[in-house]
Design a protein around this ligand. Structure first.
Ligand code: LER
Ligand code: MN
Length: 273
């Protein structure tokens, strides 16, 4: 059985980004629970800035799980990433991620590395960037596991990174370096731009598929674009995927409608209660 989640951003600098709910954690958790979501996924400003007691209360009062915490604010706010040519920046990026993992672990939630993967910078070779990323993931994967979390690495479309764009890039990185404690987050919006076939790429990821960002081709909530959900659902069913499908989409036409539209799609396709 799949589990449903919806995103909440607590980062003002990310305004305009693909998050369904914004700010006000208690109120948005109550709304998510009322609609029938199993969990929330939070995009926090940083680990230390998260109020653990407030999260615990909001989850408990609403019978919700914490699916995952994002780390993208390290890039958005501080321009940190794991493949920067400067070792001091790489170190700060890793510390930022570990601090998020420490909080995620307390709630048994995953830690997402999307934009914090970085990119191949001018003057750098692809091999060098991939070596930095593999080294970082090995350490961060172990750290996440010992903190009670797990790491999710997200291939992004070409307009956001030139490093991991497709499922196969992530699979090669994880398997090629025998990295443990790390699986893939596949985002249907990025996949629509980069993959030859979304269902085939999901199946290729197979046991490495750890989380899905559920969204339509235009980054609006599922049902507002042209993705073929029947084939996507068939692939997930074939895989016996039991992880989260998390609504990471633009709040179109508004947050409440976007969340309601997504849960409606889950009911239609997965008989989600
Ligand atoms: C960014 O485009 C994205 O999809 C996020 O999940 C990563 O922070
Ligand atoms: Mn995503």
């Amino acid at each position: 059985m799949i589990k449903s989640a919806v995103t909440i951003s607590l980062v003002p600098e990310a305004k305009g980004g693909p998050f369904v709910y914004w700010d006000n954690l208690p109120e948005n958790c109550a709304k998510a629970a009322r609609l029938g979501f199993d969990a929330v996924e939070i995009f926090p400003p940083s680990g230390p800035e998260l109020d653990r007691r407030a999260i615990e209360a909001a989850l408990k009062q609403n019978g919700l799980q914490l699916a995952a915490l994002g780390t993208g604010a390290g890039w958005v706010k501080k321009k940190l990433h794991l493949t920067h040519a400067d070792p001091a920046i790489r170190r700060q990026a890793a510390e930022f991620i570990q601090e998020v993992s420490n909080v995620a672990g307390e709630f048994g939630a995953a830690t997402i590395i999307g934009s914090m993967q970085g990119r191949v910078d001018p003057g750098q070779s692809r091999d060098e960037a991939l070596k930095y990323l593999a080294e970082a993931l090995a350490v961060l994967g172990n750290h996440a596991t010992s903190a009670g979390s797990r790491l999710l690495v997200e291939p992004l479309n070409r307009y956001e990174t030139n490093l991991l764009n497709r499922a196969v890039d992530g699979i090669q990185l994880i398997r090629g370096n025998a990295i443990t404690g790390v699986t893939l987050l596949m985002d249907l919006f990025h996949m629509n731009i980069e993959e030859r076939s979304i269902p085939e790429a999901l199946k290729e990821a197979g046991p490495l598929l750890g989380h899905v960002h559920f969204v339509d081709s235009n980054r609006r909530p599922a049902g507002n674009g042209h993705l073929d959900y029947a084939s996507i659902i068939a692939a997930l069913t074939e895989l016996n995927y039991e992880g989260f499908l998390s609504a990471e989409a633009l709040p179109f036409p508004d947050s409440d409608s976007a969340a309601a539209q997504t849960i409606q799609m889950f009911r239609e396709f997965f008989h989600h209660v």
